[in-house]
Design a protein around this ligand. Structure first.
Ligand SMILES: O=C(O)[C@H](O)[C@@H](O)[C@@H](O)[C@H](O)CO
Ligand SMILES: [Mg+2]
Length: 382
């Protein structure tokens, strides 16, 4: 079998899908994308095409190493997202050729179902109580929200109180019937992370995500010594060569590699295994589309330390497109009390409605995240 063609489709709300075709009619789908830089990743995917067309798609490991190493420069959000989507599509092809879900190729199921969580609130966390109330009716009990709005390197007691008050209201509304992660989203600098973690600790959030920016990873250790709240990060780390620094120095209780940013299934499996050796939990990041989610689930179902899966159904980013809009086998993505069953179909387990994708790609948005500024006009982390 030989790879014959790579086709990319940028689609609403802010995703990109990749179709890899072969000379035996088997096609695989991937989701290579960086939110806000879809066109850049698209260019990178097509720059990898000459390395791939004519090659045997079953040799995933060799193709992965070739894409990662043969171009001299390596790593980073764009190249690792391009490799991620290509890797996903190659695993999809392999599973379809052999007639089994990818997890069967990775040693089989390690659990019967996988717990997921839902976002509540939006960019500026609001109405989180109402959001949780609504999702609890659908059986969810685990959520994530942004922990703050813009926050200065040093900021006011009022801003801290706003963040704490929101969390206090959750606990007074639901007690310990809900769990929630707080995503600091890189908005919080080290000085304020210490303050917020101390003030939030009595309300026992399940985790605090990106407590500081990924480029400040050296701070994780000090923050972890300062709080009992489990610290989580990983969506802006792109390979096991980045994660290894975090494993060595400690500080994270949960790692959140993104299956569409960190080199795909081949790389994230290795990150998951490294994390397990350090007793660190895996909770793949996934605010994206159906192929990204399906790829996450393939890793979740073979990783002992997988504890939670982000899924973006109803997330505030999904304006103009929802996770299952482009999926034919919607029933396989059913969430029951927040849990999802292993995807039964061969490959990644997602049957893409290609006509819908092609139609939607005709009017692809150029989504970008908002540019935030502080009161003084300086740029704020979004
Ligand atoms: O935890 C999450 O889902 C992420 O922080 C998410 O909000 C961002 O990755 C966003 O997709 C960037 O455009
Ligand atoms: Mg996040």
């Amino acid at each position: 079998m030989k790879i014959t063609k790579l086709t990319t489709y940028r689609i609403p709300p802010r995703w990109m899908l990749l179709k890899i075709e072969t000379d035996e009619g088997v096609t695989g789908w991937g989701e290579p994308v960086i939110e806000g830089k879809a066109r850049t990743v698209e260019a990178a995917v097509h720059e990898y095409a000459p390395y791939l067309v004519g090659q045997d798609p079953s040799r995933i490991n060799d193709l992965w190493q070739m894409m990662y190493r043969a171009g001299f420069y390596r790593g980073g959000a764009i190249l690792m997202s391009a490799i991620a989507g290509i890797d996903q599509a190659l695993w999809d092809i392999k599973g379809k050729v052999l007639g089994v879900p990818v997890y069967q190729l990775l040693g089989g199921l390690v659990r019967d179902k996988m717990k997921t969580y839902s976002w509540v609130g939006g960019d500026r966390p609001a109405d989180v109580i109402e959001g949780m109330r609504r999702l609890r009716e659908a059986g969810f009990d685990t959520f994530k929200m942004n922990g703050t709005e813009e926050l200065g390197i040093i900021d006011s007691a009022r801003k801290v109180d706003q963040a704490v008050q929101r969390v206090a209201e959750i606990r007074s509304a639901f007690g310990d019937a809900v769990e929630f992660g707080l995503d600091f989203h890189g908005r919080v600098a080290a000085p304020m992370a210490k303050v917020l973690l101390r003030e939030l600790e009595p309300f026992r959030p399940l985790f605090v995500e990106e407590p500081v920016l990924a480029e400040q990873y050296e701070v994780y250790r000090a923050l972890a010594d300062h709080t009992a709240i489990p610290l989580a990060a990983g969506e802006r780390m792109y390979s096991r060569f980045e994660f290894k620094h975090v494993f060595q120095q400690g500080g994270l209780s949960i790692v959140q590699p993104d299956l569409s940013h960190a080199g795909g299934i081949t790389e994230c499996l290795k990150i998951a295994a490294m994390a397990e050796a350090y007793d660190i939990a895996l909770a793949p990041h996934c605010p994206l589309g159906p192929v990204a989610l399906a790829s996450c689930l393939q890793v979740d179902f073979v990783s002992h330390n997988a504890v939670l899966q982000e899924q973006s159904m109803g997330i505030h980013y999904n304006q103009g497109g929802e996770v299952l809009d482009y999926v034919k086998n919607k029933e396989d993505f059913k969430l029951t009390n927040g849990y999802i069953q292993p995807l039964p179909k061969p490959g990644l387990g997602v049957e893409i409605d290609e006509e819908r994708v092609i139609e939607a790609s005709r009017n692809a948005p150029d989504w970008r995240n908002p540019v935030w500024r502080h009161e003084d006009g300086s740029i704020a982390e979004w």
